[in-house]
Design a binder for this molecule. Structure first.
Ligand code: SF4
Length: 336
């Protein structure tokens, strides 16, 4: 890929993170589980990339592999590159990765309680980022922590900075996590199901906040979710993953208005849409197959309403079907 390319809207896009041919497996008692199989993914400067799929499709493993936070063993990064600032993150030393994580690339998770330390105040935990990455003294770091809480719109931030995580609501804890993640003004924020544990009103507030901070800071975001409805409001482009593979990729319009892959179609039919209020919600039949026991040919063939004989024989190639729009499916035309 060239350093810069023009997308369909004529906007110049500069890749900031390029993942190529990433394969990751887990060596468990039940056998080798190929969790990610040859994933290509590009995040451009200043964009929000939605990564969507059901649980176990490889979304989080892909992101955690880029940050090198999957446990190895049992995990193993078998192939691929993740280029960021002219360096392959998969080849950096642990000491070099410490300078990247939480500083240039940050990650937030679904349940802040698993990431926040219950024994320290949220102010101390934000201050720790400034002390570790910026070498600030304790007092200055704590004052900055209060500013960061104000930035994420936590009311009475000076008081809240002295609160322990269990004293905050779920929404406030997620705001505190965002404050920690963005303290060093990272170039990339990876948000893994950041709103799944929150009720709908708070979800919308957190997504709005992320969108606003993304514009303020000028960072790029990878938003991982099982819910296409969540990416609709914030993402520029979307990658759909199934069984450790990317099965469709396109702009938000490509995915919502002219998606090509039956799995994307199934995901879309399973979320309520304001533009099609009369449509019945339908779930995708069956369950995600075991990754070490995938059907022959197309990994989605045992759940697909449009399966053909050739789908059971050969795995479809990931091919362009429009400018910047790609699909991994043997269907020539959309049947819906
Ligand atoms: Fe369905 Fe065949 Fe396309 Fe796979 S390749 S998604 S089975 S139509």
């Amino acid at each position: 890929m060239p350093d810069n390319f023009e997308n369909i809207s004529g906007k110049i896009r500069t890749p900031i993170l390029e993942v190529r041919d990433l394969s990751v497996s887990f060596h468990l008692l039940e056998g080798v589980i190929p969790a990610v199989a040859g994933v290509d993914m590009v995040l451009n400067q200043g964009e929000v990339l939605g990564v969507v799929g059901e649980s176990g499709c490889g979304k989080s493993v892909t992101a955690k592999s880029v940050l090198r936070i999957i446990p190895c063993p049992p995990g193993s990064i078998d192939s691929g590159t993740a280029m960021f600032e002219d360096r392959n993150l998969l080849e950096l030393t642990e000491a070099e990765m410490e300078g990247v994580r939480g500083n240039k690339i940050s990650m937030i998770f679904q349940e802040p309680m698993t990431s926040l330390n219950p024994a320290f105040t949220v102010g101390d935990q934000i201050a720790e980022v400034f002390r570790f990455h910026r070498g600030m003294k304790k007092r200055e770091a704590f004052e900055r922590a209060v500013e960061e809480l104000r930035r994420v719109e936590i009311p009475d931030p000076a008081k809240r900075a002295r609160s322990y995580p269990h004293q905050l609501s779920g929404g406030m804890r997620q705001r505190a996590m965002i404050a920690i993640a963005l303290a060093c003004r990272p170039r990339i924020l990876i948000a893994d199901e950041p709103t799944t544990a929150l009720d709908v009103t708070i979800q919308a507030q957190i997504l709005n906040l992320m969108g606003q901070l993304q514009t303020d800071i000028g960072m790029s975001i990878i938003l991982i979710t099982h819910n296409l409805g969540v990416v609709a409001s914030i993402a520029d482009r979307v990658v759909i993953m199934y069984a450790g593979r990317v099965v469709e990729e396109g702009t938000i319009d490509d995915i919502f208005a002219c998606h090509h892959h039956p799995y994307t179609h199934g995901l879309l039919r399973s979320v309520p849409r304001l533009d099609r209020p009369s449509e019945d919600l339908q779930e995708i039949k069956g369950i995600v197959p075991k990754l070490n026991d995938l059907p022959r040919g197309c990994a989605f063939s045992n759940r697909c309403d449009y399966v053909m004989e050739q789908c059971r024989q050969r795995e479809p190639v990931f091919k362009p079907i429009g400018s910047g729009h790609k699909s991994r499916c043997w269907l020539e035309n959309r049947p819906w």
